[in-house]
Design a protein around this ligand. Structure first.
Ligand SMILES: Nc1ncnc2c1ncn2[C@@H]1O[C@H](COP(=O)(O)OP(=O)(O)O)[C@@H](O)[C@H]1O
Ligand code: SF4
Ligand SMILES: [Mg+2]
Length: 381
């Protein structure tokens, strides 16, 4: 059994191996009726202000449906956080959106986030789209009780709500995330890491958003607490009908919490599709290597080979396919010609990969199989 099949087998709903994906079918972005779409990101490009040719995020497109949990995956530095900050209109001072459209269809109408001014974006942030920032649990104010911090978030956006109603809502929110309401008068240092992360989730839900963006929300937690928090996010999502954009470098976390995935590499999306399809039959060698590294944890004594080399910095990306200097399958064409996204299977969203040779024959892109074959190129870490 290949590493990819092992990983797929460990994920509920991803048990049966399937054959290779078919040819081009549905459109790359979309596949869902407009009414189902909550957020549509089309051709988002973010550049450095001091070096406009350096694209931190490069032509990124994806669609998030109502109630869907989508995972944005990839190694550190590939542009995940920058993508999320662009959606929220919170790019750091040194960066600028140079092109692309961000359409949010919350509250029964379509709003072009890329055209909204500061005041309109402030109204949308938190109330319609909220974010659990990376390492956020350490950002709770140490001198204020957790209840007063949640209350502040509510009154900031809903100033007309009376004190009694706010206090009732604080209690309900804490209840929802599994923290006893009576602990609203405690200070952050009186909670464990997992409880603080639950409080951050309560804060994110304070104004009843339709979309929650979680940037590595479980990275700092031990695996058991991590699983509890992911399950809590899943329950809340179903209960409240939320959409979730979960940013993570950890494909195990993503598989537990998400139905769809977009894998980023060096500023671009290189593979996208349902978690089932992508984990079972990855169609980009980078995704296959990431899944291989994950699967290797299951095999006793087997240490995974790291992916050779490093992800290029935004100002030093190679020509052609950005992955070619790390890819075991690279040919001369890969160094010369940049691949486009290609549809490799139907579905919502359609399975697509940014590789000249996709769709690959069944299992051919699995690096373990490749290493075992006589033609296989040995990888050097
Ligand atoms: N304000 C900034 N100015 C210049 N480069 C930045 C800035 N913010 C992020 N970057 C660069 O953009 C790339 C992507 O960063 P980020 O979106 O944080 O990646 P990820 O979240 O995937 O780890 C990194 O190479 C990072 O150094
Ligand atoms: S285009 Fe070439 S280098 Fe890029 S992922 Fe595909 S085989 Fe590898
Ligand atoms: Mg990040």
């Amino acid at each position: 059994m290949s590493a990819v099949e092992r990983v797929a087998g460990a994920i509920p709903g991803v048990a049966e191996p399937v054959g290779s994906a078919g040819g081009a079918a549905a459109p790359l972005v979309g596949g869902a009726a407009d009414d189902d779409i909550l957020l549509q990101v089309s051709g988002l490009t973010v550049a450095r202000k001091d070096a406009p040719s350096v694209h931190i995020v490069d032509d990124v497109s994806f669609t998030l449906r109502r109630g869907e949990a989508m995972g944005l995956a990839g190694e550190s530095g590939c542009g995940k956080t920058t993508t999320a900050l662009a959606v929220l209109g919170l790019l750091p001072g040194g960066l600028r959106r140079v092109s692309g459209e961000l359409v949010f269809r919350g509250g029964g109408r379509a709003r072009p986030l890329h055209r909204l001014g500061g005041a309109a974006m402030r109204r949308i942030r938190w109330a319609s789209i909220s974010m659990i920032f990376q390492g956020a649990m350490n950002a709770l104010d140490p001198v204020k009780t957790v209840g007063s911090q949640i209350a502040e978030a509510i009154t900031l956006h809903e100033p007309k709500v009376g004190r009694a109603a706010v206090s009732r809502r604080v209690g309900e929110l804490l209840d929802q995330v599994g923290v006893p309401a009576k602990r609203s008068v405690y200070y952050p240092h009186e909670f464990s890491g997992g409880q603080k992360q639950r409080i951050m989730i309560a804060l994110a839900l304070a104004c009843r958003p339709e979309l929650v963006i979680g940037d590595e929300p479980t990275t700092a937690l031990d695996v058991i607490t991590q699983a509890q928090i992911l399950d809590l996010l899943g329950e809340l999502r179903r209960e409240l009908g939320l959409s979730l954009l979960l940013i993570t470098h950890d494909l195990a976390v993503l598989a537990r919490a998400c139905e769809t995935i977009a894998v980023m590499y060096a500023g671009q999306i290189v593979e996208t599709g349902s978690v089932d399809a992508v984990y079972r039959d990855p169609q980009h060698p980078y995704t296959a290597r990431l899944l291989d590294l994950l699967g290797a944890h299951d095999a006793p004594g087997a240490l995974p080979k790291p992916i050779r080399g490093n992800q290029p910095r935004p100002n030093a990306r190679p020509s052609g396919c950005r992955f070619h200097d790390r890819c075991t399958f690279a040919t001369d064409r890969c160094a010369a010609e940049a691949p486009d996204m290609r549809n490799v299977g139907a579905g919502v969203p359609p399975h697509a990969a940014r590789c000249h040779f996709a769709p690959w024959p069944d299992g051919a892109v699995d690096p373990q199989d490749r290493q075992a074959s006589p033609e296989g190129q040995e990888e050097t870490p």
